[in-house]
Design a protein around this ligand. Structure first.
Ligand code: KG4
Ligand code: ZN
Length: 340
């Protein structure tokens, strides 16, 4: 079966062709990162305009590189939630046009679900597993009991982990996106300041929730004091973020007696986060799984693959009147796509 995947939920325009026999045939991502760098984050109107320019050339290249004809496609999978609505609708409209011209099924995919299931493109993981999704827009913890069987444990009450990285990088004058630069700079610093670990150790209703805005303000105060070097501030900040992400995930593993963990999304590329997770996995006896780097950040291969699973295992398709949603939690998504 051949599924075409489309991803436009944020600032990357992605199209991929996935073949259930041969794997990923093509995976094209057109990044707008240089454009948004001047704003220190994603500027929605600009993102939407870029998607309209890029979507057809990216689609054309993905089909050509896959060495197929459009008519070979058995279905079109598209990200329908969550994300910037002005960006989402461009991918959804392109997918609906393809459905209309090719007379092929349209399969809805949730962006977070795709980040999590991207792991299956590189290895097999046994259910159930704890999934930590950390990106520029999301920080969420789930138990994944099977395909379409999701339990939400918690998420961020304010900034996402990647957003905190990006904002701290801006304070330090390091450019955008902040994650990779801080990751590199932190290696040259020491933990000179013990910054707060927000909500870590909470045993109440915020046990599996996150909050990074207080940490960000604490970093701001240190930057303004002008005592410590950028390297030391970056290092201290990263230790705090990683402690919280690893600590809460390990707490979930212990509480629910789960043996496998999947970490996904752009921040999962972080070298210190990976190092700490490998250490904890050995100590606490769970297995840890990270998708390869090119599948961690936004891409359409994860959308095509997740769409393939949905179509094959559940047969779920949607019509021309289906609407995307800027906000929709993964555990409520299955009900949303199946409502009549
Ligand atoms: O998943 P993604 O590509 O896009 C979203 O869906 O948001 O994630 C982008 C985020 C950015 O905030 C970026 O700073 C962060 O991932 N990021 C990192 C690293 N590489 C990317 N954060 C920490 N360490 C990294 N090495
Ligand atoms: Zn993403």
């Amino acid at each position: 079966m051949i599924i075409l995947g489309i991803e436009t939920s944020c600032d990357d325009t992605g199209v991929s062709v996935f073949d259930s026999d041969k794997g990923i045939l093509s995976n094209i991502v057109s990044s707008q990162v240089n454009l948004h760098a001047q704003w220190g984050g994603v500027y929605p109107d600009l993102a939407a305009r870029e998607h309209t320019k890029n979507i057809i050339p990216v689609l054309d290249r993905a089909v050509r590189e896959a060495g197929i004809e459009l008519s070979d496609i058995d279905g079109i999978a598209v990200t329908v939630a969550p994300g910037l609505i002005v960006s989402l609708v461009i991918g959804i409209s392109a997918a609906k046009s393809l459905k209309w011209s090719l007379k092929k099924p349209l399969i809805p995919v949730h962006h977070i679900e795709a980040h999590i299931f991207a792991i299956f493109l590189s290895e097999k993981v046994e259910f159930p597993f704890v999934a930590l999704v950390v990106s520029g827009g999301h920080t969420e913890l789930y138990i994944i009991k099977g395909f379409e069987n999701y339990i939400y444990l918690g998420g961020t009450l304010d900034d996402a982990a990647g957003e905190a990285y990006d904002k701290v990088a801006r304070m330090l004058g390091l450019g955008y996106p902040g994650g990779p630069v801080i990751d590199k700079l932190a290696k040259k610093g020491k933990e000179v300041i013990r910054l707060p670990r927000p909500l870590l150790g909470d045993r109440g209703k915020n046990r599996f929730n996150f909050s990074f805005s207080g940490l960000k303000s604490a970093v701001m105060r240190e930057v303004e004091k002008k005592i410590y070097t950028k390297e030391d501030i970056a290092h201290s900040f990263q230790e705090a973020v990683v402690d919280v992400l690893v600590g809460k995930t390990v707490d979930a593993v212990e509480e629910f007696g789960i043996k496998n963990v999947v970490v996904a999304g752009g921040v999962s590329a972080n070298s210190r986060l990976r190092e700490r997770f490998y250490e904890e996995a050995e100590k606490e006896k769970f297995s840890i799984h990270f998708p390869p780097m090119y599948l961690c950040t936004d891409n359409a291969a994860m959308i095509a693959y997740t769409g393939y699973r949905r179509f094959k295992e559940k047969g779920t398709t949607v019509g021309y009147d289906f609407e995307g949603k800027a906000r929709l939690r993964l555990d409520r998504f299955v009900e949303y796509i199946n409502r009549k």
